[in-house]
Design a binder for this molecule. Structure first.
Ligand code: MLT
Length: 265
């Protein structure tokens, strides 16, 4: 469904029975809500589930190609308000985790639980900011096919990359459909995001942290550091998965998410 949120078009999928708590899935960069298919299919059997395309991605508007994580957080609250979602469990992977952490920092009372997947609370180092600047320039010149071929070997297990598995092809298709101008704009937004680390010890809602065993973009050591700072938190390493743990090992990912959701009842 396509809806205007404060005048900006956001595409979302809302499924499952009407339950008190909605589970909201926020995808990573440079993907779309399609990456949450294994979770939407599974959890809609029992819960109200919402996934949406972060502005610039998927079927949401591209606008003028200039974004901030703050805009993305405002979109999330705008969407929750329009859909009358009072309380949610927020599940964010990588960039989705950046958005989720900032949203909880702003209005923790709107959330019942937080799930941080393959993400980090720190902002970009100077080295990464410089890398993003180069990537933002080259994605506009060489396009999304080339970018997907560079990104996926860093984000998926060697098995998925070498064998060009179904997972690889599905992720490639999602990335290729995104606009290169929009992805360049998102890279600048990622580089300009705030550091939410000082906020971690104040998080009061139960938090589940999951990370792929072979994640090199946001490695398990980074998740361990977040776990140490968040009082009411648990952490699980997802085997046979790299940065896109929900897609590479959905059975294991869903098992821990199920347990966490039950613990919130
Ligand atoms: C993502 O998966 O969302 C990105 O890898 C995040 C990032 O580049 O910081």
């Amino acid at each position: 469904m396509y809806i205007k949120v404060h005048g900006f078009g956001i595409d979302y999928t809302l499924e499952g029975p009407k339950t008190d708590t909605t589970i909201i899935f926020i995808h990573g960069f440079p993907l779309s809500k399609e990456m949450w298919k294994p979770q939407m299919e599974e959890f809609k059997k029992e819960y109200s589930v919402l996934s949406y395309d972060v502005r610039g991605h998927g079927l949401s508007d591209v606008g003028n190609g200039q974004y901030t994580i703050e805009y993305c957080v405002d979109d999330l609250f705008g969407l929750m308000d329009i859909l009358h979602i009072q309380k949610a469990v927020l599940v964010g992977l990588s960039m989705g985790g950046y958005i989720a952490l900032r949203a909880v920092e702003k209005h923790e009372d709107r959330f019942k639980g937080l799930v941080l997947c393959d993400t980090r609370s720190e902002d970009d180092t100077n080295e990464i900011k410089i890398k993003r600047a180069h990537q933002a320039k080259s994605v506009k010149i060489y396009g999304m096919n080339k970018f997907a071929n560079l990104f996926l070997p860093t984000a998926l297990t060697q098995n998925n990359v070498k064998k060009r598995t179904d997972v690889f092809r599905r992720m490639h298709d999602i990335i290729e459909r995104n606009s290169s101008n929009a992805m360049a704009g998102i890279m600048i937004a990622l580089a300009a995001r705030t550091n939410t680390t000082p906020f971690l010890p104040s998080i009061k809602i139960p938090t589940l942290i999951m990370v792929g065993q072979f994640d090199e973009i946001t490695p398990p050591s980074v998740s361990i550091q977040m776990k140490e700072k968040i009082t009411d938190s648990e952490m699980h390493i997802i085997p046979d998965a790299a940065h896109l743990s929900n897609t590479e090992n959905p059975d294991e990912f869903n098992k821990y998410l199920h347990k966490f959701l039950k613990s919130l009842d």
